[in-house]
Design a protein around this ligand. Structure first.
Ligand code: GDP
Length: 298
């Protein structure tokens, strides 16, 4: 992901090297090229607009005109603005004062929620937590089994409805899962929920009901970074429907243009907490805006 964007931005900024002073025309031309590169990477238009406006304003100001190396200063500004749209500081997971911490996952079918549940559970375990996974995706055939498989791989138990008991009642399963976590003293509960291929009212209703029933400390919206502009629309629908406290980007290992990753923080106002970049349980990490920006700028 970001290869094209990264190449483009690097070459645009390289063109400035060797110039002593930068005229306003130089800065305008650079800003135009950055704008095109971002749009071609599928970054949402409002995000591109405010990004370019900030870069231009700062690049025409004294921090560049008085710099010993103006070109380098522009690179620094672009880097800082990228870190800004990606959320600035790394946002840590919010843990409950009184365990268990409840983390609910929401998102479309295929976004990577169930895989993510396993990754998150494994990561939590490595951090010294004692997580419990709760299988509330009762819509997709095999979702429960899939969670059990990733749970086993992660070495984390899974709470799932017994055959014939609670199969049609994801809200009840979520509630009982949290009760089970309290009883067995798990300090974090990860609740996997059902998604659908597109945003629909019933899915949203179910997610809202689960949220109300278990009062999660975090609702993580899981989004496939490969779906381009659609990611932004889906994110907005989830924000206005169930609401969420953080975002997890999946499939960053793909070769899509990556604009979703760059837009979702600005568009939804919620931070990106984690990023997934592969199908294996280890292909997962805390999201660091500064590292991602450096990766994009090469
Ligand atoms: P869910 O419907 O949201 O629970 O999605 P799944 O967890 O079943 O994931 C859908 C597909 O995406 C599966 O084939 C996963 O192996 C795959 N997948 C999940 N996360 C990633 C990722 O970070 N990178 C890649 N390449 N594939 C992923």
């Amino acid at each position: 992901m970001f290869n094209t964007l990264s190449d483009r931005l690097t070459s645009v900024l390289q063109n400035l090297r060797g110039k002593g002073r930068l005229s306003d025309a130089d800065i305008d031309a650079t800003a135009r090229e950055i704008r095109v590169a971002l749009l071609e990477a599928d970054v949402a238009l409002p995000v591109v607009r405010s990004f370019i406006a900030s870069v231009k304003e700062r690049a025409k100001g004294s921090e560049v005109s008085q710099a010993l190396n103006p070109a380098q200063q522009v690179v620094k500004i672009v880097n800082e603005e990228l870190v800004g749209i990606l959320g600035g500081e790394t946002r840590r997971l919010n843990l409950a004062k009184t365990p268990p911490t409840v983390i609910m996952l929401a998102g479309l079918q295929g976004a990577g929620k169930t895989t993510l549940a396993g990754k998150l559970a494994r990561w939590l375990k490595v951090q010294g937590h004692t997580p419990l996974l709760v299988a509330c995706d009762l819509q997709r055939p095999n979702a429960v089994t899939q969670l059990q498989v990733v749970g086993e791989r992660a070495g984390v138990p899974v709470f799932a409805p017994e055959p014939g008991n609670g199969v049609g009642d994801p809200v009840g399963v979520a509630r009982r899962g949290v009760e089970e976590a309290k009883r067995a003293q798990h300090d974090v509960v990860v609740v996997d929920t059902a998604g659908r291929l597109g945003v629909d009212e019933e899915m949203m209703r179910q997610a809202i009901d689960i949220r109300a029933a278990v009062q999660p400390d975090e609702v993580l919206f899981v989004v496939d970074a490969m779906i381009g502009q659609d990611a932004v629309n889906t994110a907005t629908a989830f924000r206005d429907g169930v609401g969420f406290t953080g975002v997890v980007l999946t499939k960053l290992d793909g070769d899509a243009r990556g604009g979703a990753a760059l837009s979702v923080r600005e568009v939804t106002g919620q931070p990106i907490l984690f990023a997934s970049n592969g199908e294996k349980l280890e292909d997962f990490d805390v999201f660091h805006p500064d590292r991602m920006a450096s990766r994009i700028l090469g």
